[in-house]
Ligand binder design. Structure first.
Ligand SMILES: Cc1cc2nc3c(=O)[nH]c(=O)nc-3n(C[C@H](O)[C@H](O)[C@H](O)COP(=O)(O)OP(=O)(O)OC[C@H]3O[C@@H](n4cnc5c(N)ncnc54)[C@H](O)[C@@H]3O)c2cc1C
Ligand code: SF4
Length: 337
């Protein structure tokens, strides 16, 4: 049985108290929300904080406010179950509710939070193992070792960004509010994720993710399509988020795509935005030819690595199919509305 290492557990009740507790505890502290990622990592000795600070009792992090017209604010400690079941999110941001519904299992979604999901550790077959397994291969760059077993000549870690909500947040243009004892800042999701399996977010350890701001739903539609082995609870080994805004005016440009984003998750240390797919869509109606061109661009850009489930060449092929699936879904939504 894998046991947790010893640590001090703190339960602050306000944001100010939480960031002060972190500042006092120093660099060996870490925030925890549902613990569905952090605690298994601690049992495997991948992360070893001396002080663990719970963010579940901070009222500000447990609220959802606003609606589609104005934009919505979701506290970082809102559980995935509450995201899936929230009436306003289901009505105005169905892509968030449906992507959250694909995460792990109902029991884990009762504990796991949206904030923890957006800050999920990157994953790799050589890293997501217990201590003895990793010790047997002399560890790796990400923790305790000096070589990357996926790309032995590489100076960087290629562990994969494996959150289902991350590509969606990047595609729809969400923003994250971070607070520390030094102040507060707002970061765009597009700027937040870094192409490095070790240093994978643009956030200092002492910064608390307080809330997530979703933009107003001014005519855009989005879809998320996930590839995994077992539909019951596996992590994505490819996730395609598609965002499209179509002109709704009465002129000749009615039905023309004004803005689009295709974002691939589960294949690299950070979400991959495919600008060539957007170019194939913008300025045209959302027709079969445009969808196929966008999907081809996603296929060309996708370079999955051989460090998660499934053969990586097949995952690359699936980038084309899942992009078609995501864009068809967006188009069908438009026909229904
Ligand atoms: C069997 C299994 C299957 C899973 N399947 C999936 C899946 O299909 N898709 C998927 O995306 N995930 C999956 N997960 C991962 C995980 O359950 C979810 O991503 C969940 O949302 C993590 O949230 P949490 O609150 O439990 O995070 P925690 O474990 O509490 O925290 C995760 C990280 O975020 C940090 N953190 C949390 N909240 C804050 C905050 N407010 N401010 C600053 N730092 C913070 C923690 O320090 C830690 O580094 C799975 C996990 C398991 C065990
Ligand atoms: S990509 Fe390389 S360094 Fe990173 S976790 Fe995997 S084996 Fe380790």
């Amino acid at each position: 049985m894998m046991r947790l290492p010893k640590f001090v557990y703190r339960t602050p009740h306000t944001v100010t108290e939480a960031v002060q507790v972190f500042a006092d505890a120093g660099p060996e502290a870490q925030f925890v929300a549902g613990g569905t990622d952090l605690y298994p990592n601690m049992k495997r000795r991948q992360q070893m904080p001396k002080t663990v600070i719970s963010v579940m009792r901070l009222p500000e992090l447990n609220q959802i406010s606003g609606e589609g017209k104005s934009g919505i604010r979701i506290g970082a400690s809102v559980t995935l179950t509450d995201i899936v079941e929230n009436a306003i999110i289901k009505r105005d941001y169905p892509v968030i509710a449906s992507a959250a519904r694909t995460i792990s299992t109902p029991i884990l979604r009762n504990m796991g939070t949206i904030g923890g999901n957006l800050l999920l550790d990157t994953r790799c077959n050589y890293y997501d193992q217990n201590y003895e397994w990793r010790k047997a291969i002399n560890f790796c760059l990400k923790k305790d070792g000096d070589i990357c077993w996926v790309a032995p000549g590489s100076p960087k870690c290629w562990a994969v960004q494996s959150s289902d909500l991350v590509p969606v947040m990047v595609a729809i243009g969400a923003k994250f509010r971070l607070v520390s004892s030094a102040g507060e800042r707002m970061v765009e999701a597009t700027e937040f994720y870094k192409d490095d399996g070790i240093d994978y977010v643009n956030k200092r350890p002492d910064e608390l993710l307080v809330d997530i701001h979703l933009p107003p739903t001014n005519g855009w539609r989005a879809s998320y399509q996930k590839l995994r082995r077992r539909g019951a609870f596996d992590f994505p080994v490819l996730g395609v988020a598609a965002y499209v805004r179509v002109s709704t005016g009465s002129g000749s440009d009615r039905g023309v795509v004004e803005d689009a984003k295709i974002v691939l998750g589960g294949i690299a240390p950070s979400p991959v935005q495919v600008n060539e797919s957007a170019q194939a869509l913008i300025g045209n109606p959302l027709g079969d030819d445009q969808i196929e061109a966008a999907a081809e661009a996603a296929y060309v850009k996708a370079r999955p690595l051989d460090n998660t489930d499934f053969v990586y060449q097949w995952r690359k092929q699936m980038a084309r199919q899942y992009t078609i699936r995501a864009l068809n879904y967006v188009r069908d939504q438009g026909l229904r509305s």
